[in-house]
Design a protein around this ligand. Structure first.
Ligand code: FES
Ligand SMILES: [Fe+2]
Length: 341
């Protein structure tokens, strides 16, 4: 995203997309404020419907998120103007027979899906948020958590999908630097995503794998536009574990991250798995946050970013291409890369 006044191609792409604004469970009886791509939003549950409006009262600029929900409306805390679920001002207390004025705040499209509330800053958006097959599959249990990180959109998505940092940033947890392994990666573009399939990995040497994985058949890292980085691990019986990290840019260098973990249901109850998995993944994500924030601080120190990519950087080119154009590039053939790591 650019910081100048002229929107960059990346800005133009992002401003047409769906992002996760919050978890459905975060929306209670009070209005709720979130920033998406620099735009302050107020979210609230009207009667039977989630509403997203620009978080600024047109009367005197007060945040509507500081007000109250009354029926289907949000009420401004300053002079009590009320705005309905379309953003129209439907009540202004104080003057009898005031001349009618067509006053409204911008309303944004919202969709509740997979326990998340999705928003699009393009009021005319006609497509829908991306959906992944596991989220509606009764064979899987899910849990969510929320994080934030100082990083650019592309750097953060790349980080989650990049396997080559794991021996260094997550030494011992995901893969150990002292036990090298050979494996293959195949990169392919599908209509809705680009993926790297990792083959011949066997069981990983890190202790997350030792604890939670059956023998691994293949794993996948996917960028699912507009905002999902997905890791899928399969065993001989199929998908075992999926992490979907949904990245929502608040600003060019600050992201909120809404992660959904989907685990195949087994005899071990979900709450127990959650109890075991959460501290480990918190640790991994904290390590990623730390390196991403070092990267971002150094880009800031130098005033600009410079990148030198090579064969191991499997998906970054696709993420950058999508950001510039809004579409994934066509790839005539799969690409295979052999790793020793
Ligand atoms: S500032 Fe909102 S009603 Fe006056
Ligand atoms: Fe990582």
């Amino acid at each position: 995203m650019s910081t100048s006044n002229q929107p960059s191609p990346e800005d133009r792409t992002l401003h047409r997309q769906w992002f996760v604004a919050c978890l459905a469970g975060e929306l209670r009886s009070r209005p709720f404020s979130r920033t998406v791509l620099g735009t302050p939003i107020v979210l609230f549950r009207g009667q039977g419907k989630i509403v997203a409006l620009l978080d600024r009262c047109p009367h005197r600029n007060v945040p509507l998120s500081a007000g109250k929900v009354i029926g289907d409306c949000v009420q401004c805390p300053y002079h009590g103007w009320q705005f309905d679920s379309t953003g129209a001002c439907v009540h202004r207390p104080g003057v009898i027979d005031a001349a009618p004025q067509p006053i409204a705040v911008t309303e944004f499209p919202v969709v509740e899906q997979g326990g998340q509330v999705w928003i699009n800053l393009d009021p005319g958006a006609t497509h829908s948020p991306p959906s992944r097959p596991w989220h509606a599959d009764p064979a899987f249990g899910h849990f969510h958590w929320i994080d934030s990180v100082e990083a650019t959109f592309a750097d953060a998505i790349e980080n989650l999908l990049d396997g080559t940092h794991t021996p260094f940033v997550h030494s011992g947890l995901v893969r150990s630097a002292s036990q090298q392994q050979r494996f293959s990666a195949i990169v392919r573009v599908k209509p809705d995503y680009v993926e790297a399939e990792y083959l011949n990995e066997g069981k990983q040497s890190g202790w997350i794998s030792q604890l939670f994985e059956r023998d691994r058949a293949a794993s996948y890292g996917r960028f699912v536009p507009p905002c999902v980085a997905e890791l899928e691990y399969t065993s001989q019986r199929g998908t075992e574990f999926v992490l979907n990290a949904h990245f929502t840019p608040e600003s060019p260098t600050r992201l909120r991250v809404y992660s959904t973990v989907s685990l195949r249901k087994t005899l071990v109850p979900m709450f127990l798995k959650r109890l075991l998995v959460t501290p480990l993944f918190r640790r991994v994500l904290n390590q990623d946050r730390h390196i991403l924030e070092q990267q971002q601080a150094n880009i800031h120190r130098f005033g600009q970013a410079e990148y030198t990519s090579w064969d191991a950087d499997l998906l970054r080119g696709f993420i950058d291409h999508w950001l510039r154009t809004g579409i994934l590039p066509v790839m005539d053939e799969e690409r295979r890369v052999e790793f020793e790591l």
